[in-house]
Design a protein around this ligand. Structure first.
Ligand code: CUA
Length: 338
């Protein structure tokens, strides 16, 4: 019975360990790095892991060997020979761990200095302000004069200076592929330098418990080629597209006082200047909704508008009690904002 239980336990542990692998490439992993600082953190991990593995195997082998070699045999009785102190051995087993820890500490300090320092005076660096909100991300590009939410675009191969702050409680920006994590703290600005090596979508999540929808505060970073990034910026700087039909009616609803969209949301170039919720100037062009928890489809937009609390319980957007038709028209308007 006992060995069966042990086998069951071992298999369960193996299965648990394999789970993150089964989730596939979409899962953010500290081993799948695409940035200089991510790579140096992963390298540090493997070095420390290697040192720890050598120690673990050495200690276990010695433990097992000594247990077998010096076990009590059947015909032996009484206490074994007692030994009191051995200066050379004691120096050795104090010195080796101290030296090992000193080496790990040194490597860690070097890595921390490397990933923490940004090219502060690099004229090529792009500055983006990241503001944490319960429970979404605001991104401001001061030099490009644009504001967006939940989908962070940056060009590959260029150092990006993220200036992190929070509007309410402490959040934490963590995209494992791009390196280390950093808190967003109310009343304080933290600096984080990131650089993406290859064009792709990198995911992450808020890494500091920040309330009910902490888990619904996902990160999505789109690393573009320089050309794609320039095209994205130009697209974000464009004004409202011409509208007709349902979308035009949706626009009327958006600016009506009953729906009250404008008291929380902004659409640049219009009278909508709310800052409580995400800036919606180009919401139709984003791949995801509700801080990256559902895909941005017209149906999902309608579902969200009809009752945001069903889609993301606890979020700050109230149920506007829209009719099905109004929700559909509003969704048509928002989806047209590409
Ligand atoms: Cu924001 Cu957790």
């Amino acid at each position: 019975m006992r060995w069966r239980f042990m086998l069951f336990l071992a298999l369960s542990l193996l299965l648990l360990a394999a789970l993150p692998l089964a989730q596939g490439a979409a899962a953010a992993s500290i081993f799948d790095t695409h940035s200089p600082s991510g790579a140096s953190i992963a390298t540090l991990f493997w070095i420390v892991f290697g040192i720890a593995a050598v120690i673990f195997v050495g200690v276990e082998v010695a433990l097992i060997a000594f247990t077998i070699r010096y076990r009590q045999r059947g015909n032996e009785t009484g206490e074994p020979r007692q030994i009191f102190g051995n200066r050379r051995l004691e120096l050795l087993w104090t010195g080796i761990p101290a030296l090992t820890l000193a080496i790990v500490f040194g490597l860690m300090v070097v890595t921390m200095r490397g990933v923490g320092a940004g090219p502060v005076n690099d004229p090529n660096a792009l500055t983006i302000e990241v503001i944490g909100h319960q429970w979404w991300w605001e991104y401001r590009y001061p030099d490009q004069k644009l504001v967006t939410a939940n989908e962070l675009h940056l060009p590959v191969g260029q150092p990006v200076h993220l200036r992190l702050r929070s509007d309410d409680v402490i959040h934490d920006f963590w995209v494992p592929a791009l390196g280390r994590k950093m808190d967003l703290i109310p009343g304080q600005t933290n600096d984080l330098w990131v650089q993406a090596d290859s064009p792709a979508v990198y995911t992450g999540s808020c890494a500091e418990y920040c309330g009910l929808q902490h888990a619904g505060m996902r990160l999505r970073v789109v690393a573009d080629t320089p050309d794609d990034f320039a095209a994205w910026v130009a697209g974000q700087q464009r004004g409202e597209p011409p509208l007709s039909g349902d979308a035009a009616h949706g626009r009327t609803l958006f600016f009506q006082s009953q729906a009250n969209c404008v008291s929380c949301h902004a659409i640049d170039g219009t009278t909508a200047r709310g800052t409580v919720g995400p800036n919606l100037t180009h919401v139709g062009g984003r791949a995801m909704l509700a801080a990256n928890i559902i895909t941005n489809t017209p149906d999902n937009m309608v579902r969200w508008l009809l009752n945001p609390q069903v889609v993301k319980p606890g979020n700050r957007m109230p149920n506007l009690r829209l009719s099905d038709d109004d929700a559909r028209d509003l969704a048509a308007y928002l989806e047209s904002l590409k």
